[in-house]
Design a binder for this molecule. Structure first.
Ligand code: GLU
Length: 512
């Protein structure tokens, strides 16, 4: 069997949506699993939709996820160029073959003529004018005009498009790994444009020619391309390439978190989560779209999350490294039905990856989060915070939002707890506690705890009376890591100061 060659073929029309990233991932997994080749091809023949920076964004997103292509515009390869805009001559050559064998024809109708015709049809009650077998002979093309006229139009340099000649009344059958047997009627298809007046191919022509020349064995792409596949099959036939046609696998849609409707850019904004791997700034529109990377997800977690949107291993295992996915992935287990974009699952997965990452590895990420918020943390402290909080956060920015008190004064206090737990009568005892801690030498959680427990015994105070007070004084809230770990991490001097400075405020809250 020919070695597996798969391609991810995005159009650089903006940032890469997570759905596109999932397509890239599935292609990558199949390539790695079979010892095949993963290709990135940039489909940039639609000049009107071209967006500056989109190609660089796509590459960066793939690199960040650890699924970089083997052959690409950047890396090159033996099947280049890998940007369709650089393959113009190739398409021109192949379109000639279709013109020569009669499966394509020249159409000279100008935009204005086409519009007039559409309007006339509308006036006559036909709102769905289509250029196809039933109308082509009444249009200006190389099938309806005499050869002499065609030659003259071509010699004059009259603008033309090349259209695919589709015969109605046939059924196109093809098999799809996900959808099994698929069939379309040729009468549903019009005479599609293959080559535009600017000499550039349309998506369909370029896609087929490239998949053939690049020896693509499997086409794995989103479900929205399923209807086009009928046309693609006809194109393979027209070229005489049907025997080397790739295997098709059309991936299910990504649905919004309600499970109702396609996941859109707007859903991200509405539900407050990213739908793009990296942050994207649209300079023209002045808009910014959030990215998983900037929102504090680890790429391994995003990859794991995306892998499960449309596929599952059929076992209980939920955490998969990229290498494990390479082994477990199976195109036969791709689902037909849409996959709900359950962001909470994504957050949970990210937390699992944070927990599994060593504190030392997390330290620089924590340090960066604090420095974004204007606080310099030594790495050792960042490492300590990572260890104390990683089971309590889902995304990296939460190390700061839930742990700022480790490095800066408390700004808000849980007044409800203060009212409930602070007994002004115990003031002297809590002053003694602060003094005891100030004199305590071994500033690590275990010995601190031993000293506090002794103190509680001597003063007839239980954990329930003391710990909430310590916690609120240190962090503002009763949530968070173990109180003695917190004391250790905040440091003796600051911890004692926060205790001493809280008592008056606690009393006034209580009495206020
Ligand atoms: N350029 C198409 C896209 O943007 C590629 C579809 C395909 O993979 O054939 O998704």
């Amino acid at each position: 069997m020919a070695p597996v060659r798969v391609r991810f073929a995005p159009s650089p029309t903006g940032p890469l949506h997570v759905g596109g990233l999932r397509t890239a991932l599935y292609n990558y997994l199949l390539a790695r699993q079979t010892g095949g080749v993963f290709i990135l091809r940039i489909e940039d023949t639609d000049q009107k939709r071209y967006v500056e920076g989109a190609e660089a964004y796509i590459m960066e997103a793939l690199d960040w996820c650890g699924i970089s292509p083997d052959e690409s515009p950047q890396n090159g390869g033996n099947y280049g160029p890998y940007r369709q805009s650089e393959r113009r001559d190739i398409y021109a050559e192949y379109v000639k073959k279709l013109l020569a064998n009669g499966t394509a024809y020249y159409a000279f109708d100008s935009e204005a003529e086409l519009n007039d015709r559409r309007e006339a049809e509308k006036a006559a009650g036909n709102h769905n004018f289509r250029y196809d077998a039933s109308t082509r002979m009444s249009m200006r093309n190389s099938l309806s005009l005499k050869q002499g006229e065609v030659d003259e139009l071509l010699a004059n340099g009259t603008p033309y498009v090349v259209r695919f000649r589709i015969n109605p009344g046939n059924t196109v059958n093809f098999s799809d790994t996900v959808r099994e047997q698929v069939s379309f009627q040729t009468s549903e298809l019009g005479d599609q444009v293959l080559m535009k007046a600017d000499g550039l191919p349309t998506y369909h022509l370029a896609n087929i020619v490239d998949d053939h020349l690049m020896e693509i064995t499997h086409v794995i792409r989103g479900e929205e391309w399923l209807p086009s596949t009928a046309l693609h099959v006809l194109l393979y036939r027209a070229f005489g390439w049907e025997d080397s046609m790739p295997v098709f696998a059309h991936l299910p849609l990504l649905l919004n978190p309600n499970g109702k409707g396609k996941l859109s850019k707007r859903d991200g904004a509405k539900f407050g989560f990213p739908v793009f791997p990296l942050r994207w700034e649209d300079k023209q529109k002045g808009e910014v779209a959030a990215g998983f990377r900037e929102d504090g997800f680890l790429p391994e977690a995003l990859v794991n999350f995306l892998a499960f949107l449309g596929w599952n291993p059929g076992t209980e295992q939920e955490i998969f490294s990229l290498e494990e996915l390479v082994t477990a992935f199976d195109t036969a287990r791709i689902n037909k039905s849409g996959a709900r974009f359950d962001i909470e699952k994504g957050q949970w997965l990210n937390q699992q990856y944070l927990i599994a990452t060593s504190n030392a590895e997390l330290a620089p990420l924590v340090q960066t989060e604090f420095s974004k918020n204007g606080l310099d943390l030594p790495l050792s402290k960042a490492e300590q915070i990572a260890g104390l909080l990683k089971e309590r956060v889902h995304v990296i920015p939460e190390f700061f939002s839930k742990g700022s008190y480790f490095a800066s004064p408390v700004t808000a206090y849980d007044e409800k707890t203060i009212r409930k737990k602070w007994k002004p009568d115990n003031r002297a005892k809590f002053d003694a506690l602060a003094n005891l801690l100030a004199d305590h030498d071994d500033w690590t959680a275990g010995p601190i705890k031993a000293a506090v427990v002794d103190f509680m015994g001597e003063n007839e105070l239980g954990f329930g009376a003391v710990l909430p007070i310590i916690r609120v004084a240190l962090s503002g809230s009763v949530q968070g890591p173990d109180a003695f770990d917190m004391l250790e991490a905040i440091g003796k001097e600051t911890a004692v100061k926060r205790l001493r400075e809280s008592y008056d405020m606690f009393t006034s809250v209580k009495e206020g």
